[in-house]
Ligand binder design. Structure first.
Ligand code: NAD
Length: 263
């Protein structure tokens, strides 16, 4: 049985990349796409050149195609509505959209638990980015002070990035008193990034970038830098495909690719 899949945000940067990646998988069947921009998308995937029909009506697409999985790469303002429609119709969700609030995540968690339905929500589907979070978690046990720099293309709507927030979560809450022992005067604190869980996060937005994260640890006489670069959106595809397969086995919501990779 093939895993019947639909994409919300199909006409976007990630949506198009995901569509062409899915076409190469023999156990996954892409049965439709949804986007606010209704356009049929030409997908060039390996030797195959095909077209994906895009509609604006998610409910109608679900009723027509009976998909097993919805993949969402849309916008922080749209994602929850799409996920709610999918889950209420028994469609499992793989969510890559970032910028979900804590209450959104809680709502997904409890709906999935109550209805024993699977969902995977991950701010970063690149394997290397998941390893960066894990390495940062290990290093943070040995360094009191660290800051995160995240760099993305200038069309990204949320800041700090979901990956930077998740990395800070992995690193655990840090002592704010220790963090504030810097020589910077109070008046110029806005230049010091946003403090999340006691960790400063700096967000850079420039054309030419894709998704880049750097965690810098500092101690007396040494620094340690851990860095991951997504140089193209292809870097996210193995993680998305893994999530599509794994979500079929889940009866709850899982937050982060690290859980599926067991790292
Ligand atoms: P994009 O702007 O290129 O594409 C988003 C698409 O969603 C657009 O075509 C838009 O028309 C569509 N859209 C918006 N609301 C919609 C709705 N209600 N229904 C259907 N379609 C809708 O953005 P992008 O660069 O593809 O990124 C999308 C999201 O994915 C962002 O939140 C980004 O941060 C995130 N992202 C996550 C990962 C990851 O690994 N998890 C990687 C890259 C990007």
């Amino acid at each position: 049985m093939k895993i019947k899949t639909i994409i919300t945000g199909a006409a976007g940067r990630m949506g198009k990349q995901v569509a062409s990646a899915l076409m190469q998988e023999s156990d996954i069947q892409l049965v439709g796409g949804v986007d606010l921009k209704k356009e049929n998308i030409n997908i060039i995937s390996g030797q195959t050149d095909s077209s994906l029909q895009v509609t604006t009506d998610l409910r109608a697409l679900i009723a027509k195609t009976h998909p097993h999985v919805l993949i969402d790469f849309t916008h922080p303002a749209s994602v929850m509505n799409n996920v709610r429609i999918a889950l209420e119709n028994g469609v499992r969700c793989v969510v890559g959209t970032t910028g979900l609030s804590a209450s959104d995540s809680d709502a997904i968690r409890s709906f999935c638990q109550m209805n024993e339905i699977g969902a995977v929500i991950a701010p970063n589907f690149a394997i290397g980015a998941v390893l960066l979070m894990k390495f940062a978690q290990i290093a943070s046990r040995h360094f009191d002070k660290a800051e995160i720099i995240e760099m993305h293309h200038d069309k990204k709507v949320d800041a700090p990035s979901g990956t930077a927030l998740k990395t800070a979560e992995f690193m655990g809450h840090r002592d704010p008193a220790a963090e504030e022992e810097t020589a910077v005067s109070l008046e110029s604190q806005s230049a010091r990034g946003e403090r999340i869980g006691g960790i400063r996060i700096h967000s850079v937005r420039l054309p030419g970038l894709v998704a880049h994260h750097e965690v810098i640890f500092g101690a007396s006489g040494e620094t340690l830098t851990i860095r991951h670069d997504s140089l193209s959106r292809e870097s996210f595809m193995p993680g998305v495909i893994l999530a599509v397969r794994e979500v079929m086995k889940l009866d709850r919501a899982v937050f982060g690719l690290d859980v599926l990779l067991d790292i």
